[in-house]
Every structure is written in structure tokens, then in C-alpha cells.
Design a protein around this ligand. Structure first.
Ligand SMILES: Cc1cc2nc3c(=O)[nH]c(=O)nc-3n(C[C@H](O)[C@H](O)[C@H](O)COP(=O)(O)OP(=O)(O)OC[C@H]3O[C@@H](n4cnc5c(N)ncnc54)[C@H](O)[C@@H]3O)c2cc1C
Length: 378
């Protein structure tokens, strides 16, 4: 791995950093309060190429590598992780269509998603099927040239604002010896696609999360991805998604560390700034080290993906490590703020709430360990 960033990687990082500083940071606290989805700013991110950073230019993307993508997500997440999760899920949807879509699917769906004209959603989770993702109840029955989909999907990021949804459904008969799961591209205007109200969340309040119900939704056979290998489609998509979430964790941790450093320099206790106290210095050193390790693991996963090797293990390790340590870093950063960290006026209170989801979505930390061990024990 070459640790020096290329000119392109630095350029993407700088551009994302500038956007986060000038456009996201000034509104992040207000959006957290109002729970408003920043539709206009997400569109602006699309215009800058930030909604398809590592998607080839011929499919509407900016044509950079996964390392550039990871660096961009870190900077956007430093501004506000709600923007980063919106971006990361869109990239996950793009990646799946790039890998498994037909040329027609790519032209119709990938080009608008990667160029930021449209937004995508990934619909795997159901009320009874989260970690146990194979326990799907949504069904797809063939009827002429269409499949008819029925079921319910839970906690769907970007749902209200998405133009295209990748939806999994069981295509085998109830008593078939082996359960077959397929993945379909469903358009937002499809009859019978019912979008629920946004969930009222603890954190990442400017991201959108809804329940999606499918009632006799007709989907053309041409919108089925990789036949009955839909589960593999979604798992491979999640491998790439995990690099996005690991990057988000790094960005969020960067913001928390900055807040802690600034506060510890300003706040005085026992006649000197907090940052002169050995216990606080110990916390700062620990946070800085954990963040550095998270960044290296995340960029390494992106590098392994770019090199064309199997990156399932490195992506899960990065997501697991960056999420768990993001929780530690925001917690210590809040601790350094004392009582002030517990009130809404201080940004660290938002970062603390925003961080809590990172060890849960796109596979909990427990599930990351299952994935990692599976790759290690042959
Ligand atoms: C804000 C938000 C956004 C989301 N966005 C999306 C999205 O866009 N698309 C989508 O499809 N889903 C999405 N999800 C769903 C998310 O991926 C699931 O919540 C997550 O996978 C966990 O599933 P669960 O909630 O059903 O928990 P459960 O699976 O019920 O797990 C409960 C607990 O048991 C543990 N556990 C379960 N099985 C095992 C095991 N085998 N070994 C060890 N421990 C285990 C878990 O780690 C967890 O701690 C989102 C969720 C949230 C809250």
C-alpha cells in the first residue's frame, strides 16, 4: 500500500473538505434540531461528483478510486454524518447496479444515481429480518414478464427521496428445499410501493429512514439482478457499503476529536487549561491513536478493493474497528466537555447521538465478527 495520496485523491479530499466546511457545518446543528432532510445540499453534492465518486465516468460517476471515495466520505462525515450516510447508501446502490445490472439497467438507473440527479435505497432489512437477513418474508412471484412483489422493508435509508430501490424478495416456493432470494430494481412510482413516515431517530437526524411496503408491486423481469443470486448481490453490496460506513466513522471521530481538543485548550480547571492535565492528555493520546488506526484500516480496505482482491474481511474489520472506536472517541470527547457535553448547545452532544448507530447499521459489530471469523476459519 502506498501511503502517499495521489494528486487526484488529494483533490477529491480537498473538494469534499471545502464543501463540508462551507455548506454542511453551518447548517448541521439546525438540521439536527429540525430533522429536515437537506435535499438541496445533497443535489449540490451530486453536481460536484460526490454521489458517485468511484463510479466510472461512462456511468455518470466521477471516475475516481475507492480510496478517493473513502477520503471524501470522511470529510463529509466530519461536517455531518447524516450527509455521509445518505452518500454512502447511494454509493452502495450504485455499486450493486455497476456489478450486477444489465447495460440497460446501468443506463436507466446507474447514470442518474451516480451523477446525483437521483437517489437510491437499499432494501434488505425486514421487521423480523435484520442480522438474520435470510429470514426474508417479502415474496416475488412470476406473472408473465413481471414479478409481483409483496412484503415490508424496515429502516430504509433515503427511502422518501429515492428514485430507485433495490429490494430483496424470496423467489422460491414455500416448500422448496432451498430458499432462493432475488434482488430487484423497483422504481419509486411503481404502483403499490408505499412509503412510510420518516422514523424519529436518536441521531443522524438529517438522514432519512422509513418503512417501505410493497403491495402487489409489478417489476419487469429485466429489473432482476443476478437471477436467484440476490442474497450474494446484497452481501457483496454490503462489503462495499462497509467501507463507506467505516469512513463515516472516521469523519465523525475526527469531528469529535477536534471538539475535544478545542474545548480542552479553552476550559480551565485547577488554574490551567484542561489539556495540561495528564489524565486529559492520556485521553487525547488514546483518541488520536484509535482514530489513526481506524483511518489506516479503512483506507487499507479501500486500497484492497481498488487492487481487485477479495476485500470482504478487510472491509468488515475496518467497519467493526472504526465503529467501535468511534463510540469510544465520542464518549471520551464528551467526557472532556464535562456537564457542557450533555447539553444541546455543544456539538459533541450531537456527535455522541450520531455515532450510536454506527455499530448497528450495515451489519452490527457482532455480525462483522461473524463475517471476519468466517473469512479466517476455513
Ligand atoms: C438508522 C438506520 C438506518 C438503516 N438503514 C438501512 C437500510 O438502508 N437498508 C436496510 O436494509 N437496513 C437498514 N437498517 C437496518 C440495520 O441494518 C439493522 O437494524 C441491523 O442489521 C440490525 O438488525 P436488527 O435491527 O434486526 O437487530 P437484530 O438482528 O434483531 O439484532 C439484535 C442484537 O442481537 C445481535 N445478534 C443478532 N444475531 C446475532 C448473531 N448471530 N451473533 C451474535 N449477535 C447477534 C445483534 O448484533 C444485535 O446486537 C438501518 C437501521 C437503522 C436504525
Amino acid at each position: 500500500m502506498n501511503f502517499a495520496l495521489t494528486e487526484d485523491q488529494k483533490m477529491v479530499q480537498d473538494m469534499a473538505r471545502d464543501f463540508a466546511k462551507s455548506k454542511i457545518e453551518p447548517v448541521a446543528m439546525a438540521l439536527d434540531e429540525s430533522h429536515e432532510f437537506p435535499e438541496k445540499l445533497i443535489k449540490e453534492m451530486g453536481e460536484l461528483g460526490l454521489m458517485g465518486v468511484n463510479i466510472p465516468e461512462e456511468y455518470g460517476g466521477a471516475g475516481f478510486d475507492t480510496v478517493s471515495y473513502s477520503l471524501a466520505v470522511m470529510e463529509i462525515a466530519k461536517g455531518c454524518s447524516s450527509f455521509a450516510v445518505t452518500m454512502s447508501v447511494n454509493h452502495l446502490v450504485c455499486e450493486i447496479i455497476r456489478l450486477y445490472g444489465s447495460e440497460e439497467n446501468k443506463q436507466k438507473y446507474l447514470v442518474p444515481l451516480a451523477s446525483g440527479e437521483a437517489l437510491g435505497a437499499f432494501c434488505l432489512t425486514e421487521p423480523q429480518a435484520g442480522s438474520d437477513a435470510q429470514n426474508q418474508k417479502t415474496t416475488a412471484k412470476l406473472s408473465g414478464d413481471d414479478y409481483i412483489l409483496n412484503g415490508k422493508k424496515a429502516y430504509i435509508t433515503n427511502g422518501t427521496y429515492s428514485n430507485v430501490f433495490i429490494v430483496t424478495a424470496v423467489t422460491s416456493d414455500k416448500d422448496a428445499p432451498k430458499k432462493e432470494i432475488s434482488a430487484f430494481l423497483v422504481e419509486k412510482d411503481a404502483e403499490g410501493l408505499i412509503l412510510g413516515k420518516p422514523e424519529h431517530k436518536m441521531g443522524q437526524c438529517a438522514s432519512n429512514t422509513i418503512e417501505v411496503t410493497l403491495e402487489n408491486v409489478r417489476v419487469p423481469v429485466a429489473n432482476m439482478l443476478a437471477g436467484t443470486n440476490g442474497f450474494k448481490v446484497m452481501m457483496n453490496g454490503l462489503n462495499s457499503g462497509r467501507i463507506g460506513i467505516a469512513s463515516l466513522c472516521c469523519g465523525l471521530s475526527m469531528a469529535a476529536l477536534d471538539e475535544a481538543l478545542a474545548y480542552a485548550a479553552e476550559r480551565k480547571a485547577f488554574g490551567k487549561p484542561l489539556n495540561r492535565l495528564p489524565v486529559i492528555q492520556d485521553k487525547i493520546a488514546e483518541m488520536g491513536t484509535l482514530l489513526e488506526a481506524s483511518k489506516l484500516m479503512t483506507l487499507n480496505a479501500a486500497f484492497v478493493k481498488d487492487s481487485g482482491s477479495n476485500y470482504a474481511k478487510t472491509a468488515s474489520m475496518a467497519k467493526y474497528f472504526a465503529a467501535e472506536n468511534c463510540l469510544k472517541i465520542v464518549d471520551e470527547a464528551l467526557q472532556i466537555h464535562g456537564g457542557n457535553g450533555y447539553v444541546r448547545e455543544y456539538k459533541i452532544e450531537k456527535l455522541y447521538r450520531d455515532a450510536r448507530i454506527t455499530s448497528i447499521y450495515e451489519g452490527t459489530s457482532e455480525i462483522q465478527k461473524v463475517v471476519i471469523a468466517r473469512q479466517m476459519i476455513r
